[in-house]
Design a protein around this ligand. Structure first.
Ligand code: COA
Length: 346
């Protein structure tokens, strides 16, 4: 089998050969303090802690305060990443925000982040819509800009306020998601073998209906009917996404390994998108990366879409689990279906 689900690096050439490369200078994350447990959900809908935890591995999720917007969470994660990187906001050359829950359809959440951070008023920024793969897509773009020498310091944020866009009357989907933000600052690598070694991104538009927000855009503009049918909220066919996720995530990890001539045993940490522990069991099985090397925080955070990988990365970094020289693989998959991976020598 060939193609993006095959795990063979045929359709996307590895990017590592180009110089100068990029590296992650600092990471940060933010999770709202308000925690909603499975037991809390039991009180307001027909579900159970047993069902949610056994099917997904989730025991709680963080939910933003009523006066919090995506850019507020993104700003906090970004400030922590800038501090860790030792970079001033005014040193940023580009701001990329992966999100499907922006503050407004226009302008971009990145503009709110620019203003909140006190970045340069001419610092470009944009939002990137690749759902749960938003951070990997953003990292791929940021890496290309830094590698090419066009920009020196790029902020990549993944942020989601999913609690405002899930259908709380659909127990099959609403229990899966949470709010949060994660960020990294990318800068030039030092030619010491450390940095972003490869990125691979993919999308399959034939799967649009399996995970989408069908109403409220130009195709089906906002109306009383859209509101009544809740078409402005996340719609998901969970079983279809589940099967695709196991294949897509595994293939993208194997592609990253192949592109860098590495074996599963060469990987110190897999930092995957946190959608479901059973999906990660499948990824472990297909890639051969041992479970103890897969960083899993889904019990605490649930699925935070584009924020998922950078939150997990920052938690692992701050917990001292990630050490210089280690090999990390990031992978994520979500609506589109869009997915991808990145291999980083820390
Ligand atoms: N609480 C209790 N029961 C629930 C429930 C809930 N929150 N949600 C669904 N159920 C019920 C269903 O109604 C169904 O009942 P039935 O057998 O009487 O019809 C039963 O549980 C099984 O539902 P099913 O959809 O087959 O469960 P599943 O084992 O496939 O798991 C998901 C469902 C959503 C957890 C799983 O498909 C999944 O994780 N998919 C990926 C979703 C995802 O992460 N997407 C984000 C982008 S990556």
């Amino acid at each position: 089998m060939t193609g993006p689900l095959s795990g063979r690096a045929e359709s996307a050439a590895p990017l590592r050969a180009r110089q100068p490369g990029s590296r992650i200078l600092g990471t940060g994350h933010y999770l709202p303090s308000n925690v909603v447990t499975n037991r809390d959900l039991e009180k307001v809908m027909d579900t159970s802690d047993e069902w949610i935890s056994s099917r997904t591995g989730i025991t709680q999720r963080h939910i933003a305060a009523p006066d919090e917007a995506s850019s507020d969470m993104a700003t906090k994660a970004a400030q922590r990443a800038l501090e860790a990187a030792g970079i001033a906001a005014t040193d940023l050359d580009l701001i990329i925000v992966g999100t499907i829950s922006p503050d407004m359809p226009m302008p971009s959440t990145a503009m709110f982040v620019q203003r909140n951070l006190g970045a340069r008023k001419d610092c470009p920024g944009f939002d990137l819509s690749a759902a749960c793969a938003g951070f990997i897509y953003g990292l791929s773009i940021a890496d290309a800009y830094v590698r090419s020498g066009i920009y020196k310091h790029v902020l990549v944020v993944g942020v989601e306020l999913l609690s405002r866009i899930v259908n709380w009357e659909d127990r099959t989907s609403c229990v899966l998601f949470g709010d949060g933000a994660g960020a990294v600052v990318l800068g030039p690598a030092k030619n010491d073998g450390r940095g972003v070694l490869s990125t691979h991104i993919y999308a399959d538009g034939s799967m649009i209906e399996s995970l989408c927000i069908p109403g409220g855009g130009s195709r089906t503009p906002f109306s009383a009917e859209v509101l009544a049918k809740k078409q402005h909220l996340v719609h998901m066919v969970g079983t279809e996404v589940f099967k695709y996720a196991v294949k897509g995530l595994s293939a993208s990890v194997l592609t990253a390994l192949e592109a860098n001539n590495m074996a599963p045993g060469d990987i110190d940490w897999l930092i995957p998108h946190q959608a479901n522990v059973r999906i990660l069991d499948g990824v472990q099985h297909r890639t051969g990366i041992p479970k103890e090397r897969i960083f899993i925080n889904i019990a605490d955070t649930a699925n935070t879409s584009s924020a998922s990988v950078p939150i997990a990365l920052d938690q692992a970094v701050r917990a001292g689990k990630i050490q210089p020289g280690q090999a990390l693989v990031f992978c994520a998959l979500g609506g589109g279906i869009a997915w991808g991976s990145a291999l980083v020598r820390w």
